[in-house]
Ligand binder design. Structure first.
Ligand code: C2O
Ligand code: CU
Length: 486
């Protein structure tokens, strides 16, 4: 069980242990629960809902320069494409920060358009949330904006542009907040960023469902059809860490290691089914939050969701990671786990086996304060807009022409969603984690054809918080609202 360790490699191995009440309270304090100590510590922060003019009073423990610029990136041996990206990379550089540290990113905009960055999943102060016209003025071309926030809670997150359709050009990258005290044992971690590959500038589809967009109409993913189906952008492939399956990224592992695989769905319009050949995945975190480890062969996740899984490397050879689109017919994205110097062709995924269900997820630190009835309940219908333009609605309204969802500080808020459309919607709430079943998440899939999902959260982070479908095209066709409170 304890493999010999090369002398210089830092170990991340910790022991699985029972959580004391104190640990639970500490975890809860940095979750979506009561205002945490960190908040009072930094009590001199500027009020939220300003444009983030000054964050100088938060002394950063680490600062990164994060230029957003245009250029050419390679997606496979000889295929390259004109992109917009962070610091020259697709996906953007992996940002790593220790839990509890104050993180600062200086974003210089070298793009031909205004931009912002959203720190997806991190419950930052509202002014740092990166939603244009809601929490800040967009960063104009040639300008620099400093984001800073306390990095908590630990978890697997990502950062991305929140302006227009910029996300689908490649403006996304992983953000890892490293746990001081993980509940699972592992030697090191690797990050897999999944994406859909659009070679040209993104465009909103027209209303006809397929015309003019590569002919990928409603039926392409078996998601249902007819007038209410969806139009998929003309993707030319699926990526893991910016590479097509013809030239997949390879991770070398050693026999006996335990690897923490961090999976991020940074796509704009793809629900992925992810499987790993030859190994069980012990899912340990959902959207960054720790869960009781659950062993599966595969999982499905939507745009904006993340899963971490511990994999015990006990089966030498080369093994494929496969990520297939549920809503598209592009060849699945691939990666390879390769033991030592094995030059075997990777063994493919044969079947997707036991698939993770939301009901398998048991959060170690559930959202506090939701045991009694909610103070506010919102029943929200998700549907296609109909009519002559491409529209997606929440309760018949298209954001930004939509009523704010007004709540009060401290409220226990319940949201019940019913999906009247035939396509799945990955619904994401900014600034808060929510409880959904026994899981704690920030993004949840609402299945098509009258799928229903209910979640609860505590209004503990005042401001204006976007709540929207993380399918980028649905978001920009109106499928969003803002929760508002002071
Ligand atoms: Cu990744 Cu508004 O979200
Ligand atoms: Cu949607």
């Amino acid at each position: 069980m304890t493999p010999p360790r090369p002398p210089n490699r830092p170990t991340r191995r910790t022991v699985l242990r029972s959580l004391s009440a104190g640990t639970l309270a500490a975890l809860a304090g940095c979750g979506a629960n009561a205002p945490s100590e960190a908040d009072s510590e930094s009590g001199s922060e500027p009020p939220s809902a300003t444009t983030g003019a000054s964050t100088a009073d938060l002394r950063p423990d680490e600062t990164v320069e994060l230029p957003a610029n245009t250029g050419t990136n390679t997606v496979a041996g000889d295929t390259s494409w004109d992109t917009w990206r962070y610091d020259g990379q697709i996906p953007g550089p992996e940002l790593r920060v220790r839990e509890g540290d104050v993180f600062r990113a200086r974003v210089s905009n070298q793009l031909p358009e205004s931009t912002t960055i959203h720190w997806h999943g991190v419950p930052v102060r509202n002014a740092m949330d990166g939603v244009p016209e809601v929490t800040q003025q967009p960063i104009s071309t040639g300008e620099t904006f400093e984001y800073s926030f306390r990095a908590e809670p630990a978890g697997t997150y990502f950062y991305h542009s929140h302006v227009g359709l910029q996300l689908d050009r490649g403006l996304a990258g992983p953000l890892i907040i490293e746990e001081a005290d993980p509940h699972v044992e592992y030697d090191r971690d690797i990050t897999l960023v999944l994406d859909d590959f659009l070679p040209g500038p993104p465009q909103m589809p027209d209303a006809s469902g397929g015309g003019g967009s590569g002919g990928m109409g409603s039926g392409s993913g078996g998601m249902g059809g007819g007038m209410m189906g969806d139009t998929r952008p003309p993707y030319e492939g699926l990526l893991i860490n910016g590479r097509l399956p013809s030239d997949p990224p390879s991770f070398s592992v050693e026999d006996g290691e335990r690897i923490r695989m961090r999976f991020i769905n940074a796509s704009s319009a793809t629900t992925f089914h992810v499987a790993l050949a030859g190994h069980e995945m012990q899912v340990s975190h959902a959207d960054g939050r720790p869960v009781e480890p659950v062993g599966v062969d595969s999982f499905v996740f939507g745009a904006g969701e993340r899963y971490d899984a511990i994999v015990e490397a006990n089966s030498p050879g080369a093994w494929e990671v496969r990520a297939a689109a549920l809503d598209g017919d592009e060849p699945p994205a691939k990666a390879v786990l390769r033991y030592g110097n094995s030059d075997d062709a990777p063994t493919p995924v044969e079947s997707t086996g036991q698939q993770l269900r939301y009901s398998d997820l048991r959060a170690l630190s559930p959202v506090d304060g939701i045991d009694s009835g909610p103070d506010r309940t919102f029943d929200l219908t998700l549907s296609a807009g109909g009519g002559r333009s491409y529209r997606w609605t929440i309760d018949g309204q298209t954001y930004p022409d939509a009523d704010p969802l007004r709540i009060s500080a401290g409220d226990h808020v319940r949201v019940r969603m019913t999906n009247h459309s035939p396509v799945v919607h990955p619904m994401h709430l900014h600034g808060h984690f929510f409880q959904v079943g026994d899981a704690v998440k920030d993004t949840v899939l609402v299945p098509g054809h009258m799928g229903e999902v209910t979640f609860d959260f505590i209004a503990d982070n005042p401001g204006q918080w976007l709540f929207h479908c993380h399918n980028l095209y649905h978001l920009h066709a109106g499928m969003a609202r803002a929760f508002v409170y002071e």
